[in-house]
Design a protein around this ligand. Structure first.
Ligand code: HEM
Length: 400
């Protein structure tokens, strides 16, 4: 692979808006001798129909943080907090310094495709006296028999997803958001994740997870005719304040990597129903070839096993249930027993969790081939309102 080819792909993270160049606003920064790399210049927009961080390509770094409103904080404090958070997110996503007491951590870097996304959890509505505005879609997820949930790392009144292609830019945003919370909200849990760096592969491709699989192949695409209907709340279906919003299901899914890695490649491929090298279905073709569920080998066995993860999760096997999976991998070190605490910060987006995550997870909970190699350890469900218009803050239509 030539250096030119590698450079040519830097920043190619799917839908993130392209380089704007130059407009990086630390006021006191000296003139730049060399331009930002293409990774630094990637810039997503804060104001728009939808919040950022949903349809943009995966970023190399991510932080998921949940907050609980502080005792005594109600609707007024929450509105002020969302106003502060929106102002900070808008500036940071433009590559500018935080409105107050910037820490300098992102100084010298461009926006680096930073996105900051805000959501409301079930408890938020009780604390702010807004129960009547709580959408039915936010009712707690059902319990699944295979759940091993740590409640201290689940749920939360408020949720913030931060993603960026630079680790310092992401951390900078995280600290600014935490400081903005002030006395209004306290961190309930935080998780840190990562994906492949843009430019690491010779051409843009579906990301790999920590099991080594191409993960995201069959995601709905914005160009699909039914994409908006599946992923975003329409003004006809949800409460008015959720128009153009989406529901995020967040699951910390540990991968039992010692067991997984003990399998042969062939056995691993049978678990998913796709080839590891290129993500092609075991029925043949390449990554984009339609999976043939009926095709059998000489012995009459299905080429894609009946319990293969990619067979079981298909929309056509789940009443049309579909979701946009936009995860980060995580690795939080090694447990006392020597097993890696690593896996997937599974984040999926849908217009209605009962027509997305829930039916598919119910099916998986009965045991697909992947189930014995993973463990769901934390869970959250958040209502993520539509994007803020110019001059508006996120959630304003709920809070004012
Ligand atoms: C497909 C891995 C958990 C839903 C896939 C594919 C892989 C994969 C490799 C095939 C490629 C693709 O289409 O993206 C994993 C791993 C998981 C996990 C490693 C846990 C660590 C889940 C969960 C759900 C889910 C919890 C939802 C409840 C789906 C869906 C598809 C899929 C909807 C695409 C099906 C289709 O449209 O054909 N997954 N998955 N996955 N997975 Fe998972």
């Amino acid at each position: 692979v030539s250096r030119r080819a590698l450079l040519g792909t830097a920043g190619a993270t799917g839908l993130v808006l392209g380089a704007t160049g130059g407009a990086v606003g630390y006021a006191a920064a000296p003139a730049r001798a060399t331009p930002l790399t293409s990774v630094g210049t990637g810039r997503a927009v804060f104001h728009g129909k939808h919040q950022p961080g949903i349809t943009e390509g995966l970023q190399a770094r991510g932080h998921l943080v949940a907050f609980d409103l502080a005792p005594g904080a109600g609707r007024k404090e929450a509105a002020a907090l969302l106003r502060r958070w929106s102002a900070t997110a808008e500036r940071l996503m433009a590559g500018e310094a935080a409105p107050h007491d910037d820490t300098d951590v992102a100084r010298d870097a461009g926006p680096s495709s930073l996105t900051v996304t805000f959501g409301f959890g079930y408890g938020f509505f009780g604390r702010t006296g807004l129960e009547k505005q709580r959408p039915a879609a936010l009712d707690p997820l059902p319990a699944f028999s295979s759940d091993h949930l740590d409640r201290t790392r689940s749920d939360g009144d408020l949720w913030v997803q931060i993603g960026a292609d630079d680790a310092l830019v992401a951390f900078h945003a995280l600290r600014a958001i935490q400081k903005d919370a002030g006395s209004a909200a306290r961190v309930r849990w935080q998780m840190n994740g990562f994906n492949r760096s843009p430019g690491a592969t010779a051409h843009p491709m579906t990301a790999r997870n920590l099991m080594g699989q191409l993960d995201g192949t069959r995601n709905p695409r914005p160009a699909d005719a039914d994409f908006d209907r599946r992923i975003f709340v329409s003004s006809a279906t949800g409460p008015a304040w959720m128009a153009n919003g989406s529901y995020a299901v967040v699951r910390r899914i540990r991968m039992l990597l010692d067991d997984w890695e003990a399998l042969s490649r062939t056995a691993q491929e049978q678990v998913i129903g796709r080839r590891k090298a290129d993500g092609a279905p075991l029925s043949g073709g390449d990554e984009t070839t339609e999976m043939d569920l009926e095709k059998t080998d000489a012995k009459g066995e299905y080429l894609v096993p009946v319990n293969a993860h990619a067979r079981i999760t298909r929309p056509d096997r789940n009443g049309g249930a579909a979701m946009l999976r936009r995860p980060f991998s995580y690795h939080d070190g090694i447990d006392a027993d020597g097993t890696p605490d690593a896996g997937l910060l599974f984040v999926c987006w849908q217009a209605d969790p009962l027509r997305g995550f829930v039916p598919v997870q119910r099916k998986l909970d009965r045991g697909d081939a992947l189930s014995q190699y993973i463990r769901h350890e934390a869970s959250g469900l958040f209502a993520v309102p539509g994007g803020a218009a110019e001059g508006e803050y996120v959630g304003q239509r709920l809070l004012e």
